[in-house]
Design a protein around this ligand. Structure first.
Ligand SMILES: *Cc1c(COP(=O)(O)O)cnc(C)c1O
Length: 422
């Protein structure tokens, strides 16, 4: 018999896949772990999380009662105990097609809809489907960090185009044209915007579609924040422009219903001219699903009720709180030395704030700023480097308004304390 000493001396032949390693600050979770480990545990004040768009942590952002009831009922039903079909159960796919078609010129069919484990998996799937040794994809900077990491892991070369802060974070279409070549497969947009809190206009989205058509590429639109808009621009789904160029949209109930933990979303193909089909994209999506996991049957079973029966007053109540928070964040940051918000947030749950490092005495860059802020004020804000823009911050305002006020106050005293003396 071997004893434990010989066991520990053994040279084992296995180890984790080094390809899975990413720099901590290049994912939101990695950056948060770093910031949380820097908190001062003896600070008696509550930690203010202005870093993740997860309002479900606050009682004022509870989900709709009908949504919770639909889940409970689906769990009790024997109908949803088995494996669902890989692409999703038909009533759920039909419900999503109907929910989205309300805002589209042509009606979607359930066959256009694939049920996924949130918007996150929908993005992962389409990036894998498009991956290939020579292909490249155009991604906005600043970005939502999962997009570039998944694209790289899917063997797609990532090329970044800029979003323009002085133009309300519109896509720099000239840089899109300059970056594209014959191996470009798609451009990726996020609307309403994370991390910028912008909402693209109808005219701008039309230009995006026309540019993609000229380049012969498809547009992937992450619309996980669909309908979370509170400024002058209405939410226009990208599918509206599917007759110009093929479109794939990603969505979920995570943000609008404040239930990111339920893990249900969708990948939708808008392909009226059959271009995606002709080029094997639909087949590849189905092949991916044959290998992958999918949302639990009972959550899919509840989805038709959730989408059809949630009343407008739930949405308007939550939107009112988010809007109030967005305004108080924007106004509050105006008097913080060293920080500027180039545009008033119009949608989603966060906004980009520019850091003027020269104002501060002893702060090196955005990451240093966020680490010191966590330690000294127990306020967690995501450094811009995590979303591709150094010396910016991504501030999440969708938290309880009282916490937000406190957070902005602490942020201000931090910035005043670290400013160079006049
Ligand atoms: C939160 C978020 C996601 C992930 O959505 P899930 O439905 O929770 O997977 C994807 N994209 C953006 C832009 C997000 O903000």
């Amino acid at each position: 018999m071997e004893n434990s000493t010989t066991l520990t001396k053994n040279k084992w032949g296995f180890r984790g896949n080094s390809d899975l390693k990413v720099e901590p600050v290049t994912t939101i979770r990695g950056a948060l772990t770093l910031l949380m480990s820097n908190l001062n545990v003896s600070d008696g004040r509550p930690v203010i999380p202005m870093s993740v768009s997860e309002p479900s942590a606050f009682p004022c952002f509870g989900t709709a009662q009908v949504a919770a009831d639909a889940i409970a009922e689906a769990v009790r039903s024997p109908e949803f105990n088995g494996y669902p079909p890989t692409e999703g159960i038909l009533p759920a796919r039909r419900a999503v097609a109907e929910y989205l078609s309300e805002y589209l010129p042509t009606k979607l069919s359930p066959d256009d809809v694939f049920m996924t484990l949130g918007g996150h998996q929908a993005g992962q799937i389409i990036l894998h489907v498009l991956g290939g040794s020579k292909s490249n994809i155009l991604i906005p900077r600043p970005y939502f960090p999962y997009v570039d990491v998944f694209a790289q892991k899917a063997n797609l070369e990532v090329r970044f185009f800029n979003l323009l802060p002085e133009k309300n974070w519109e896509v720099d279409l000239d840089s899109v044209i300059a970056l594209a070549d014959k191996n470009t497969v798609a451009m990726f947009i996020i609307n309403p915007g994370n991390p910028c809190g912008n909402v693209f206009t109808y005219n701008h989205l039309k230009k995006v579609a026309e540019t993609a058509r000229k380049l012969g590429i498809l547009v992937i639109s992450d619309e996980v924040y669909g309908h979370i808009v509170f400024g002058e621009n209405p939410f226009v789904p990208m599918g509206v422009f599917a007759s110009i160029t093929p479109i794939i949209t990603l969505g979920s109930i995570s943000k609008r219903w404040m239930v990111p933990g339920w893990r249900i979303g969708w990948l939708v193909t808008h392909d009226p001219d059959g271009i995606l089909k002709e080029h094997g994209i639909i087949t590849s999506i189905k092949q991916y699903f044959n290998l992958s996991s999918y949302p639990p049957a009972f959550i899919q079973g509840a989805l038709p009720h959730i989408l059809a029966e949630t009343k407008d007053d739930f949405f308007s109540k939550t939107l009112d709180i988010i809007k109030e928070s967005a305004i108080s964040c924007y106004e509050g940051i105006k008097d913080v030395p060293g920080l500027t918000c180039p545009t008033r947030p119009q949608g989603s749950m966060c906004v980009m704030v520019k850091l003027d490092i020269s104002v501060f005495e002893d702060i090196k860059d955005d990451l240093d700023f966020c680490l010191k802020l966590a330690k000294e004020e127990s306020v967690i804000i995501l450094p811009g480097v995590s979303v591709g823009l150094c010396n910016w911050l991504r501030v999440t305002f969708a938290i309880d308004p009282l916490y937000l006020k406190d957070g902005i106050k602490r942020l201000k005293s931090f910035c005043v304390r670290h400013s160079k003396r006049a």
